[in-house]
Design a protein around this ligand. Structure first.
Ligand SMILES: [Zn+2]
Length: 103
């Protein structure tokens, strides 16, 4: 009955250093070597990553670090401007008023 189901949206990556949009990942895993030719051409099958060690910007190598509970999804939402207009939700609007001095 809930018509407002959550739609999957693609998150954008915008590098805070160079402004690039290409995200890379360092993984460890294995892949199948299908054919090796004597002209140094090697063809391989699908990569089966078992662990992503690191995310980084493909443009400048900026290393993305996030807390364990955050993950890449949380990082992208927190650090990259996503294509979503949420007017009036800007945290910059809140004034950080110092606590009144108690005397
Ligand atoms: Zn970059």
């Amino acid at each position: 009955m809930n018509s407002e189901f959550k739609k999957t949206r693609e998150l954008r990556f915008v590098c805070p250093e160079c402004g690039g949009n290409l995200l890379g990942a360092l993984t460890s895993g294995d892949l199948d070597i299908l054919h090796v030719y004597d002209n140094c051409v090697i063809t391989w099958g699908d990569l089966r990553p078992d662990e992503i060690r690191d995310y980084y910007c493909r443009g400048c190598g900026y290393d993305i670090e996030f807390g364990e509970c955050d993950g890449i999804v949380g990082w992208l939402i927190a650090h990259c401007k996503q294509d979503e207009s949420e007017a009036g939700q800007s945290p910059e609007d809140a004034t950080d008023a110092p606590p009144a001095d108690e005397s």
